[in-house]
Write a protein that binds this ligand. Structure first.
Ligand code: SF4
Length: 347
């Protein structure tokens, strides 16, 4: 058959169409469904929300276990009542790249906190409680608005003390079309029993593991949380049991799994070597780990001599080298870029 110019153009168009159609298929989430949608399909989501709300009658949502009746207006350490308080919600492009993609991570910043670190970078929100009380219906609308703006997930920041509201809002939003992953972005100061309640609801857990030593942990937050390392570690093991290592779609966007954050602090206060060893032994060497270099002397940190300075390049390089020596294979890409930068500075 003669391959005329006309036939050639037609063949190229067909080939191009096939490639384009394949590319389009790859960008579709295909059969993936968020965990909360599957739980709803099994008829078990509503009951879980009722259990969560019942906990507010004698609040033991977090390790502080204040025992106050938040449904009757009593307030415990976190100063939260029966309504969620939100400071802001918007697409966020500064989170880890698997959470951001092209549309951003749909962050909802909740006010107040059950830990309140003295070096908190969000202290006007976490310590001063700036924000606005909202209903669960409004929270659901925020979720849908973020999804409508193209966000790849709903990223609830500091969710612990408003967990029941978040679950209820997620279900309301689901009934109106929410279909992106739910990401639970927590300080790590959690009760494993409460994390169990989130099994089959949360898709992505994004916990901090800030301290590995109880004495250090108790010094640098208003909760004086000596039990922080134990509570965070057992809770993160439970998170990992539920969702495992990070799973992404074909474009590298997070769908499910645990992503652990650890902020390197001056004078080895955060116990970074113990942290990386712990992850390798207790989760998996393939755990997505972000070893963060952006420690700043914020809020009250200047009053605490050991943490009243930025970290040095040497401290960041040793932290990352410990992670590599521990065999961690899924280190955040920006942390690896930071390692290159800091290595050049120490040479
Ligand atoms: S969530 Fe708040 S009230 Fe409830 S136990 Fe924790 S700090 Fe106390």
């Amino acid at each position: 058959m003669m391959f005329t110019r006309r036939r050639f153009v037609k063949a190229m168009c067909l080939a191009g169409g096939a490639i384009l159609s394949k590319a389009c298929r790859q960008t579709e989430p295909v059969s993936w469904k968020p965990a909360y949608a599957k739980l709803e399909a099994r008829g078990r989501f509503k009951r879980r929300i009722e259990q969560a709300y019942a906990l507010l009658e004698r609040c033991e949502l977090c390790p502080r276990r204040c025992g106050v009746n938040r449904l009757q207006g009593q307030r415990g350490f976190c100063r939260s009542s029966d309504k969620a308080i939100v400071y802001s919600y918007s697409p966020h492009f500064g989170e880890e790249s698997p959470l951001v993609g092209r549309g951003g991570s749909g962050t909802i910043f909740f006010s107040q906190c059950n830990l309140r670190c003295v070096f908190c970078q969000n202290w006007p929100i976490a310590h001063e409680g700036r924000g606005r009380e909202i209903t669960d219906e409004e929270l659901a609308s925020m979720m849908l608005s973020l999804q409508g703006k193209g966000c790849y997930n709903i990223n609830v920041v500091t969710p612990t003390h408003f967990m029941p509201h978040i679950l209820n809002a997620t279900r309301i939003a689901l009934q109106k079309g929410l279909h992106v992953p739910l990401c639970y972005n927590t300080s790590g100061y959690e009760r494993p029993q409460i994390i169990k309640l989130l099994d089959g609801i949360v898709d992505i857990y994004l916990p901090d593991l800030k301290f590995m030593d109880g004495a250090e942990a108790s010094r640098y937050n208003l909760a004086a949380a000596y039990d922080y390392p134990e509570m965070a570690q057992v809770s993160i093991v439970e998170m990992h049991r539920q969702v495992g290592d990070l799973v992404t779609d074909e474009r590298g966007n997070a769908l499910r799994g645990v992503m652990v954050r650890h902020l390197v602090m001056p004078n080895r206060i955060a116990g970074t070597q113990e942290f990386v060893t712990w992850v390798a032994k207790n989760l998996s060497k393939n755990t997505y780990v972000n070893i963060m270099s952006q420690y700043r002397v914020e809020h009250k940190a200047f009053e605490y001599e050991p943490i009243a300075r930025a970290i040095t390049s040497e401290e960041y390089v040793e932290a990352m080298e410990w992670a590599i020596e521990a065999g961690l294979t899924n280190l955040d890409s920006r942390s690896l870029s930071q390692l290159d930068i800091h290595r050049r500075r120490v040479r």
